[in-house]
Each structure stands twice: as structure tokens, then as C-alpha cells.
Ligand binder design. Sequence first.
Ligand code: 13P
Length: 251
Amino acid sequence: MEYRIPLIAGNWKMYKTCNEAVDAASRLVKLVSDIDGVDIMIAPPFTSLAVVSEVIRDSRIDLGAQNIFWEKEGAFTGEISPPMLISSGCQYVIIGHSERRQYFGETDETVNKRIKAASTSGLIPILCVGETETQRDDKKTFSVLDKQVKKGLESLILDEHHSIVIAYEPVWAIGTGKTATQDQVQEVHSFLRDMLENNFGNMIAKATRILYGGSVKPDNVSELMALPDVDGALVGGASLQPESFSKIIHF
Ligand code: 13P
């Protein structure tokens, strides 16, 4: 049976202090109390994970982190390990976001280490992939995505206890108000699903959720969610306000 529960995920990036995060999460809990059949995740900054986890404890909202380090513990100043995220209440972790690749030297190799560490520790990794505007103009979109997915997921084992989520976020659509067209999104998502099938088999390809990210807003979410291979959204700016994020969740 081909059925994937939609996932609407909010990436709060470097926004919100602890108090602001608690306030936004509390308002969101109320706004989505009627939701059924949609998974919801918010990813506040590391500093707010534990307090937000308390706020959403009895709600339908899951918690995610925005990054992870691959060692369990050690002399790695400034890094956060898988057990730390789990003990802060996380179920998900965003890995390889284009902002990490662009500003913090993230590579497909380090993305792969993070993905494997997250998965073996019981977290659900959300692998972010996407081409820049120049790469799209140069017709390199598919070769870029092929490399990001192949290397990012190299030697990863997926089964009924170890799943991943893929987020297609064209770099040119992030924070720009430029959403990819429905044709562009469906074309890439079906390419990504074919890649999953070739690398992990039919069952995994059918079960894996592929999210779209990049200027998702209340007024464009329903047309994106109508596409056959779009299983959810990874939302930046519009996830910061509980009211607009709730509208997206109620697509
Ligand atoms: P925007 O929704 O602000 O374009 O950000 C998308 C994103 O980067 C989510 O991870």
C-alpha cells in the first residue's frame, strides 16, 4: 500500500530566544489541536529544544534539531551529539541544509557521517538537497541532486526501524519568495523517488517522505501538496509565526 503520512516541518533557523520559542510552541499546540493525519515537526535552535519539548509533550507536534555531530561524546567544543538530542526530546534532525553547506563548510561526506550517526541512534534524519540557481541554469540540477543523495546516503541501512526524510530545497527558492513551479517540483521529486528505488528498493521508495522546501506559504502549500510525489513541506520563514504555520499545517 502506498500511503505516506504528510509531514509539515518548521525550521526556525537562528530565530527565537527560549521565551519566544516557548511562547510560539504553546500557541502552535492550541492551533493544531484539531489536526489528524498530518505529522508536525518544529526545529527550534539547540538552546530551546529542552524547554520546547516540555511544551509540546502531550501534543501532536514532534521535535527536531537543526544539526548533529557524529560522535557520541568527546572533546569537540561546540558540537551536539545524538544522545544529547534524544535526551532533549528530539525525534528528527535536519541534516545538510544548504545554509550549512554554504556558510559552514558542510560537505556530502560530513552530511553522510551525520546521517548515519543520527539514524543508528534512533533519530529520523531529514536530508536536505537542492541546486543553486546557476546549477539549474547550467542544466546540472539532476547531476547535483544525484551526487548529494548518493553520497549523503552512502552505506546507510534503511528498514522498518530506520527511516529517513528527504527535503528538496532549491537554493534559489529559499527565503526569496520564489517558489519552484509545480512541474519543477514534481519532476525533481519523482527523480528522487526513482533514486530511492534504485538504491534501497521499491518498499523504501514508497515509504519515504519527500518534502519540498523554499518559500512555502499558506497560499501556495495546497498546490504543492497536491503533487503525487510531494509528501510534505519544510518551512522556514512562514513557520516562525504560529498562525501562518498552522494554516500551512491545515493545507
Ligand atoms: P523559507 O521557507 O524561508 O524559504 O526557508 C526554507 C528553508 O530553508 C527551510 O529549511
